[in-house]
Design a protein around this ligand. Structure first.
Ligand SMILES: C[S@@+](CC[C@H](N)C(=O)[O-])C[C@H]1O[C@@H](n2cnc3c(N)ncnc32)[C@H](O)[C@@H]1O
Length: 394
């Protein structure tokens, strides 16, 4: 039903460069696999550290903290449950990438031979929270805030009752765990998601293709949040997923497909898509103009771009990455220059992103929502087709 194209395969490069690219991709894959596999060890270390500190306290303080100590036991149990789910999830990668299996990536000692850093450890934890956002009852409110306005707009623009929906091609770049893509294809559209994070691709492959029963799996997505908990049980609150099983409730006529790789590298065919739907995506670029131009180029004349999200600019504070951070006002100006006609625009759209509903601290975005149309008249500004881009999956 849903397929993931190979992130390692690259037909655009040849010879030594292609070998290097494949090598880099394999190293990246290895790193992420190791991060998933080391989840239990790395997560337990932070519990151990707390327990060791507790043990160093006076007997009286230890007595006063006995309930807290009990909760550390529950945290360990929750980590073990998460680890079991991660193991099942990681098993499904065997068919994902070039038909390799995990043993291909282990050395003679059974080790992965890569150094997993704090960044990768945190991204495993983020993946767990992303599962709650996209595929659990807990994420329902976020999905209503973030995906429903996009779905409503797409169905307004391409009404399912009056349109041959299977022939409406919708692309969702930065698809994350694929819920928006799934919902659009469930309505009947031809919908393709695109994603370059292997954390997301491994988890979405598992949910979209391997989860057979609704709410079959239990996870503790907030177990790594040690702060801002009101009640002892909040950190070890479980969710079940998937709230809907895409294999049990597949799109009846729509097509669903997840394509792995960098949006800027993959999507070069001009005038192909009827609609591009982006949610919390456009601020993931080093240079947002590249995204705007690419979206313009790949849309058919009169095609529409529907977007919702903030301008967090993910690379803004990342060491070694370039970043520019145009305001929304700048972006509107750029979109018009490129050739878009802005048909709808709202600011201050209140949206949460992967927030723990029970936490004493939540951050909320006042997102922008817009619909713009590629003017039927071809613009000169669709010129990134010759550009060399770096990096595939991340
Ligand atoms: C903030 S997340 C949003 C995910 C999802 N749309 C949601 O609303 O939950 C942005 C996603 O875009 C992906 N992404 C960022 N840049 C990308 C690129 N150039 N090509 C493909 N995916 C990209 C990231 O890996 C990440 O999963």
């Amino acid at each position: 039903m849903s397929s993931v194209t190979e992130p390692f395969a690259d037909n655009h490069h040849d010879g030594v460069a292609a070998d290097q690219l494949v090598d880099e991709e394999r190293k990246n894959f290895l790193l992420i696999l190791a991060a998933f596999r080391l989840y239990k060890t790395t997560s337990m270390i932070s519990v151990d550290q707390r327990e060791m500190y507790m043990n160093s306290l006076s007997k009286n303080h230890q007595y006063l903290l006995s309930k807290y100590r009990e909760s550390l036991h529950k945290i360990r149990d929750a980590i073990l449950t998460n680890y079991q789910v991660i193991n099942v999830m990681v098993k499904t990668i065997d068919q994902l990438f070039l038909n390799d299996n995990e043993s291909t990536y282990r050395d003679n000692n059974g080790e992965f031979g890569v150094k997993v850093g704090q960044n990768e450890i945190e991204r495993v934890q983020v993946t767990l929270k992303q599962i709650a956002r996209d595929w659990s009852a807990d994420g329902e409110m976020e999905r209503q805030q973030c995906y429903q306005p996009i779905i409503d707009e797409v169905t307004r623009l391409f009404p399912p009752n009056d349109t041959d929906v299977e022939n409406v091609r919708i692309l969702v770049p930065g698809a994350g765990l694929g819920r928006l893509m799934y919902e659009l294809s469930y309505i009947g559209y031809f919908c393709e998601g695109n994603e370059f994070s292997l954390f997301m691709l491994i988890a979405s492959n598992f949910i979209l293709n391997r989860c057979l029963i609704e709410n079959e799996y239990k996870l503790y997505p907030y177990v790594h949040q040690y702060v801002n908990n009101l009640n002892r049980g909040d950190q070890t609150r479980a969710i079940t997923f998937p709230d809907v099983s895409p294999t049990q409730r597949p799109p009846k006529k729509g097509t669903m497909n997840m394509v792995a790789g960098d949006f800027l590298e993959i999507y070069k065919e001009a005038d192909y898509w009827d609609c591009v739907a982006t949610c919390f995506f456009i601020d993931c670029a080093n240079n947002i103009v590249d995204f705007i131009e690419t979206i313009y180029n790949i849309l058919k004349p009169n095609g529409v771009w529907v977007n919702l999200g903030p301008l967090l600019y993910h690379y803004s504070d990342v060491m070694g990455e370039h970043s520019i951070e145009p305001t929304f006002e700048d972006i509107c100006h750029i979109m018009k220059q490129v050739g878009f006609v802005i048909e709808k625009c709202a600011t201050g759209v209140r949206t949460l992103y992967s927030q723990n509903p029970k936490s004493m601290h939540k951050s909320e975005y006042e997102s922008v929502f817009f619909t713009c149309r590629k003017s039927a008249q071809k613009s000169e500004c669709n010129g990134n087709s010759n550009k060399q881009m770096n990096g595939h999956t991340k």
